[in-house]
Structure formats: C-alpha cells, structure tokens
Design a protein around this ligand. Structure first.
Ligand SMILES: Cc1cc2nc3c(=O)[nH]c(=O)nc-3n(C[C@H](O)[C@H](O)[C@H](O)COP(=O)(O)OP(=O)(O)OC[C@H]3O[C@@H](n4cnc5c(N)ncnc54)[C@H](O)[C@@H]3O)c2cc1C
Ligand SMILES: NC(=O)c1ccc[n+]([C@@H]2O[C@H](COP(=O)([O-])OP(=O)(O)OC[C@H]3O[C@@H](n4cnc5c(N)ncnc54)[C@H](OP(=O)(O)O)[C@@H]3O)[C@@H](O)[C@H]2O)c1
Length: 277
C-alpha cells in the first residue's frame, strides 16, 4: 500500500450524453479505494499544461458505480464552460490519468436513516419508501445506491425523481426505466425487494405525460405524490435530496413542514442531503 493520499487511475471510457454538457467517465479502481454506496470521491488533475506534475486541482464527484464493482469506477459529470476542472475532465481520453483521493466522504448513505423503516400508527409493519430526489448530475449518487441489492431489500418502494432542464439531459434513463420494469437483476434472488418508480421531469419542455415543473413545486402542490402513487409520510418515508443548492434549501423547507428532518449524531433522521455547489 502506498503512503500517498491518492491513487493514479487510468481513464477507460468516456461516454457523452449531451456533447459539451454531460458525460460519464470510467476509470480503473485501486484495490485501496473503499467507499459506501452514495458517497463521493475527490478527483484530481495536475495544473493545466503540466500533465506529468502531481495533481493540484481537486473536485468532488459522486460514484455512479456501486462498492461491489471492484474493476472500475464511473462518474457522471456536467461541463461548466467557465469551470476550472470539468472542461478538463471532459477532455480526458482513454489511457489518460485521473487521480482519486483514497478517502471517500458523503451524507447520502442509508445508515443516515432509522434501519428498516417504521410501523405506521401501529398498523401494518412496513419497510417504508425511499424517495431519491435529484436535479441534474445529483442523480449520480443514487445510481450507486440503486446498484446495491441491499437498497432494494431495505424498502417497499423506491421513487427516483430526476429534474432536468431538457429531455436530452435525462441521462441513464433507459437503465432506470429497465429497473422500474424488471427490478435490479442482482436483487432477483432476495426474499423481498422494493419496486422502483422512476419520474423523469424536464422543466423546460414537455415529456410524455410529465408536468414541466420544478420538483419543489410538485412537492408543494401534491402532484409529486400523485405521480408516485405514494404519500410523503414522515413515519414511513425516507428522503434524499441531491443537486442544486437552491433546490435543496427550498425542498428542505417544504419537507420540514411535513415532518422531515436531517438526523443528528447518533439520532437518525428521515432526510439526507448533499449540495453539489
Ligand atoms: C459532494 C459533492 C459531490 C459532487 N458530485 C458531482 C457529480 O457527481 N457530478 C458533477 O458533475 N458534479 C459534482 N459535483 C460538483 C463538482 O465538484 C464540480 O463543482 C463541477 O464538476 C464543476 O467543476 P469546475 O471546476 O468546472 O467548476 P466550479 O468552479 O467547481 O463550479 C462553477 C459553478 O458551476 C456550477 N456547477 C458546479 N457543479 C455543478 C453541477 N454538478 N451541476 C450544475 N452546475 C454546477 C455552479 O454554479 C458553480 O458555482 C459535486 C460537488 C460536491 C460538493
Ligand atoms: N453552456 C451552456 O449552454 C449551458 C447550458 C446549460 C447549462 N450550462 C451549465 O450547466 C449548469 C446548470 O446545470 P443543470 O442544468 O444541470 O443544473 P440546474 O440549473 O440546477 O437545473 C437542473 C434542474 O434543476 C431545476 N432547478 C433549478 N433550481 C431549482 C430550485 N431552486 N428548485 C427546484 N428545482 C430547481 C431546474 O429547473 P429550471 O429549468 O426551472 O431552472 C432544472 O430542471 C450551469 O451552471 C452552466 O454552467 C451550460
């Protein structure tokens, strides 16, 4: 094991979803790198024009791949045209180097929640619902969670809401649609597993019969619950929020009035969140 705080990985593949705006990048994974589904890594690059120097620019990226995928790591990235890091990440090609900090971090892990859900008002025991609400690339962390069979075993229903500006930005749509139809193949042998509802919601153009509205508005006016066919019930629902910080602030406020709160140390809550900037 090396003493360095980071490892040097090799880019295996770059997949553009929306050229110049959205891409996924796959790299080798060091055996030294351990993480929990939902966490993020710090990715590093050397200063521009100094490809052989040590990395000096670091940014946080959620893992898309699950911890059980030991062969490679996948990340899903936006390109911020004026950004220092993301245009350079997008310019990497197979064989290029990308540095990964050995320590993973993050709040979007299932251990943030009360294990196994709760019983609702003394009624039928339930494992509860997991709501995964994302804007833009905030979807990344959920893809890792969704590829872990244990996530499917822990809930009755999983609802993925992906708010994006336009239809073309619905990355990973086919995979999510397949999981909502067939479930996760790796979870097929479990005695019980959640069903997945996938709600792809572009805000600036119409898509199928989805309302072109921000997910915060859909929480507020009750349409999100109608679309999901489930209640946002603080006793049985667990909610994750990820992506745009303004969305997080507004959604957190709305959900507070419905009984949702982030856990404190040693006291799990029913809300977990991660700001992306
Ligand atoms: C915990 C955590 C996890 C993250 N995971 C991801 C991830 O999985 N995928 C990803 O693309 N980014 C992710 N980010 C954001 C990422 O770290 C970078 O900020 C981003 O790639 C842009 O880097 P930059 O240097 O080009 O621009 P920066 O100087 O870092 O950002 C410039 C501006 O770009 C905008 N911006 C930054 N990130 C995003 C974004 N993801 N979507 C929309 N606008 C953005 C903001 O307005 C920001 O002020 C994460 C951030 C955090 C804190
Ligand atoms: N160069 C370009 O042409 C170009 C174009 C687009 C983006 N960009 C880059 O991409 C970044 C934006 O990325 P993005 O589109 O993934 O992120 P985003 O602006 O956060 O938008 C993603 C989704 O979140 C919604 N949203 C935004 N604020 C919200 C809030 N307060 N509450 C609820 N929902 C909210 C948006 O709805 P709305 O549609 O209603 O805002 C949209 O559906 C920009 O910072 C820019 O760097 C570049």
């Amino acid at each position: 094991m090396s003493d360095s705080k980071y490892t040097r990985e090799t880019v295996l593949q770059v997949h553009p979803w929306v050229p110049g705006k959205l891409l996924s990048i796959t790299t080798t994974r060091s055996p030294e790198f351990e993480f929990t589904a939902g966490q993020f890594a710090r990715l590093g690059l050397p200063a521009a024009g100094l490809p052989d120097e040590p990395p000096t620019i670091w940014r946080a990226y959620s893992m898309v791949t699950p911890p059980s995928q030991r062969e490679f790591l996948e990340f899903y990235s936006i390109v911020v045209p004026e950004g220092e890091f993301s245009p350079r990440l997008a310019a990497l090609r197979p064989g290029d180097s990308l540095y990964v900090d050995k320590t993973a971090f993050g709040f979007l892990t299932l251990d943030r929640f009360i294990p196994g859900g709760a019983t609702s008002g003394g009624g039928t025991p339930t494992h509860g619902d997991l709501w995964l609400l994302a804007t833009g690339t905030g979807l990344s962390a959920y893809l890792s969670l969704l590829q872990e069979p244990s996530t499917w075993a822990a809930f009755d229903q999983i609802i993925v809401v992906h708010g994006v500006r336009s239809v073309q930005e619905l990355a990973y749509r086919e995979r999510l649609q397949q999981w909502s139809r067939d479930g996760l193949p790796e979870a097929a042998g479990l005695p019980r597993r959640a069903r997945l509802t996938y709600l792809p919601i572009p805000t600036r153009e119409s898509f199928q019969d989805m309302p072109a509205a921000r997910l915060t508005h859909l929480i507020e006016d009750g349409r999100l619950e109608q679309l999901a066919g489930r209640k946002l019930d603080a006793d049985v629902s667990k909610i994750m929020l990820c992506g745009n910080p303004d969305m997080l602030t507004e959604a957190r406020q709305l959900l507070k009035t419905r009984g949702f709160a982030v856990g404190r140390r040693g006291n799990p809550g029913n809300l977990a969140l991660e700001n992306y900037w």
